[in-house]
Design a protein around this ligand. Structure first.
Ligand SMILES: Cc1ncc(COP(=O)(O)O)c(C=O)c1O
Length: 412
């Protein structure tokens, strides 16, 4: 089937939720994707932060093949070898105590909200109403299920499905005074991404993170870190909160954790996980042997190949090159982020759209988020030479697009 046939079939049969790029993907190797006609694309998005080791990494494909022949699914009624071993690896790199495995990011976040409410109930003074308010941040994105959606800031994600889960309030981004105003003894948890992803690659300030941590301690509320996009090494440390020297009570992980297979995890401190008992929470698929065996292999490779330090180096290099572009192109408003999680904010949504489309035409995949931000989430194995290619293309595209956008604006 060709692209036209596939898109026609989908438009007739699929629920219309996605606005896909006009590319029919066939295979991937390393940092490259190939379409059905054999055209190569340099991938600076890695399936929205999922394909950490790129495509067809030999150790990952070998683990998938080996485990697929042995056992793919067990349900959580039985033991298999890999959940415990993966939990040992995850608790070691995160400083957390216990793990609950899920299938996706939103499911991990949902679990975190449930645990926060369960913790509040367990710690409620007898005769009093358990506290249930949850604070989230402006620009936050936590997923599409009800709890996650209710803590996601943009109205376009929430309003069509109202009413939301009660008790959620949004705090102005990096506004400590607003945080202090809203954070009192009725709050059971505050949850945020230390580096916001969908919201436009916005790192929270040290002062804000510190204040949130202090207020959570003061009110016996939980601090939940959403590391679904920023975790597992993406920012150059295992988790973005580790740049801040803050230890959360709950951490959610997903996207890159199993090298492309669907898996998520909720990491919890001992004091919080003690509030959950058998039967209170669960999942049919989460933590299956195939996904867990691959995730364990992924952690081993990240450690063995010293990929965290590689991410720091290549991330700094990409940031440097984008700052050079900023000095040259007035259409670039700001470049921000950490490690290989970088956003380039442009002066208009139209310019960002053009840059994204032109880059795709040149054979490089980037993404536009929060309307005006070009987002880079390349595979962790990206090398300087790939960055040089992409930056050269961006330079060319920005020169052309800025003129085009300005001219169109003038004509209006
Ligand atoms: C920070 C963050 N949290 C939660 C989610 C939801 O994850 P999933 O799409 O796997 O449900 C995402 C997805 O983009 C995310 O970036």
């Amino acid at each position: 089937m060709n692209l036209e046939q596939v898109s026609k079939l989908e438009s007739k049969l699929l629920v219309s939720t996605y606005d896909r790029y006009p590319v029919l993907l066939h295979k991937g190797r390393g940092v490259y994707l190939y379409d059905n006609k054999g055209r190569r694309y340099l991938d600076l998005l890695s399936g929205i932060g999922v394909n950490a080791l790129g495509y067809a990494h030999p150790a990952i494909t070998k683990t998938i093949a080996r485990q697929a022949k042995l056992l793919v699914h067990t349900s959580n009624l039985f033991y298999h070898e890999y959940q415990g071993r993966l939990a040992a690896a995850l608790t070691k790199i995160s400083g957390m105590d216990r793990v609950f495995f899920t299938n996706s990011g939103t499911e991990a976040w949902e679990g975190a909200l449930k645990l926060a409410r369960a913790y509040a109930q367990a710690n409620c003074v007898q005769g009093e109403q358990p506290k249930f308010r949850i604070l989230a941040l402006e620009h936050a994105f936590h997923g599409r299920t009800f709890g996650a959606m209710s803590t996601t800031h943009k109205e376009k994600y929430r309003l069509p499905f109202a009413p939301m889960v009660p008790g959620v309030e949004f705090v102005q981004f990096n506004d400590v005074a607003d945080l202090e105003r809203k954070f009192d003894s009725t709050v059971c948890a505050i949850g945020f991404e230390f580096v916001q992803g969908e919201g436009g690659i916005r790192p929270v300030s040290g002062a804000f993170a510190e204040a949130a941590h202090k207020l959570a301690r003061k009110h016996n509320a939980l601090l939940i870190a959403d590391e679904i996009q920023s975790g597992m090494g993406r920012t150059g440390k295992w988790f973005a909160y580790q740049h801040y020297g803050i230890q959360p009570d709950l951490v959610t992980v997903a996207k890159p954790i199993a090298g492309g297979l669907p898996l998520g995890a909720l990491l919890a401190s001992e004091k919080v996980s003690g509030c959950i008992h058998p039967g209170m929470h669960g999942t049919t698929f989460g933590g299956g042997p195939l996904a867990c065996a691959v995730a364990l292999q992924l952690v081993t490779i990240l450690e063995k190949e010293k990929l965290l330090s590689h991410i720091q180096k290549t991330g700094s290099y990409l940031m440097e090159q984008l700052h050079k572009l900023q000095a040259k192109h007035p259409g670039i408003v700001e470049v921000r982020g950490q490690g290989l999680m970088i956003g380039m904010e442009l002066e208009s949504a139209e310019l960002a759209k053009q840059v994204f489309q032109q880059m795709l035409k040149l054979g490089t995949i980037v993404n536009r988020t929060d309307e005006t931000v070009i987002r880079f989430l390349p595979p962790f194995i990206i090398k300087k030479q790939h960055i040089d290619t992409a930056v050269r293309q961006l330079d060319q595209v920005l020169a052309k697009s800025t003129t085009a956008v300005t001219t169109t604006g003038r004509n209006k």
